[in-house]
Design a protein around this ligand. Structure first.
Ligand SMILES: Nc1ncnc2c1ncn2[C@@H]1O[C@H](COP(=O)(O)OP(=O)(O)OP(=O)(O)O)[C@@H](O)[C@H]1O
Length: 258
């Protein structure tokens, strides 16, 4: 295959995608390009099709119409899945008896690359420590995952997704059940990953909350794509609040904390 080396392909390029479960249309004619280095917040009310769209992007569902390209390649042929990290909304559900440390859980993120039950070499161990440090969890490295708070567990799952150096990180409602203070720290951490590592981020949420302070772009989904643009444009667009209701109300945040 002859690809020009200098060309930067959009990590995600969705073209006229429609999807239905049985007779129910869930997504209608969605076209959306997510450029490298952007931090996109995908918002929409419950049942608006956000998770369905993510499943399509991850190749778990096949749309009835339209095309999806990942890093310039048609999804049907795409194989470099290690370029994509995914953290699901159900990630933070370990109970207190789960017998694995933070280090062990994050190491699992390397198994796709090195195979299960292989020993970690020095380089791998360094990657694991780096990933844990990048989410600010180094103090807890030898602690059992089940003994951490929901927000802390969620950071560990981000670290597990980061350890294989993905170029694109997709997070499906990662802040469900996480308190407001931790949510803001969490978004700050994501913004840092986006800016310092030039990682492309796609964050799905139905809660606008503080999100618009951190993302570069916003997409509003409710079966069709109502809006896709930069976050300043979104914030200054009063029409969106009538579609997205209370979720869209802007709050002035006190980043200093109380
Ligand atoms: N496996 C399925 N079979 C049939 N219908 C489904 C299935 N999964 C989702 N749906 C329906 O598709 C619609 C979109 O669901 P989806 O989970 O994509 O929305 P969402 O925006 O992620 O919602 P939420 O914010 O509540 O997680 C909903 O009406 C849902 O009931």
């Amino acid at each position: 295959m002859s690809q020009k080396k200098t060309e930067v392909y959009a990590p995600i390029d969705i073209e006229s995608v429609s999807f239905r479960y049985g007779q129910q249309n869930v997504l209608e004619n969605i076209s959306m390009k997510i450029e490298k280095g952007s931090f996109l917040g995908l918002v929409g009310p419950n049942g608006s099709g956000k998770s369905t769209l993510i499943k399509i992007i991850l190749g778990l569902l096949k749309p009835q119409n339209g095309k999806v390209r990942l890093f310039g390649e048609r999804i049907e042929k795409f194989q470099q899945w290690d370029k994509i990290g995914f953290v699901s909304q159900k990630a933070n559900s370990f109970n207190s008896g789960f017998p694995a440390t933070v280090f062990e859980v994050v190491s699992m993120g390397l198994f796709g690359k090195i195979g299960l039950f292989r020993f970690l070499n020095k380089h791998h161990k360094r990657k694991v420590v780096e990933a844990i440090t990048s989410v600010g969890m180094e103090k807890y490295i030898h602690q059992n995952i089940g003994q951490l708070s929901g927000g802390q567990q969620q950071r560990v799952f981000i670290a597990r997704a980061l350890v294989s150096d993905p170029e694109l990180l997709i997070l499906d409602e990662p802040t469900v059940g996480v308190d407001v203070q931790s949510v803001q720290q969490f978004y700050t951490m994501l913004k840092k990953l986006n800016q310092e590592k030039d990682m492309t981020l796609l964050l799905i949420t139905h809660d606008m909350g503080a999100m618009t302070d951190y993302v570069t772009d916003v997409a509003c989904l409710n079966k069709t794509l109502h809006f896709h643009g930069n976050s300043n444009e979104f914030v200054s667009n009063p029409d969106l609040s009538s579609i997205y209701g209370h979720d869209v109300h802007m709050i002035t945040h006190n980043h200093g904390g109380h």
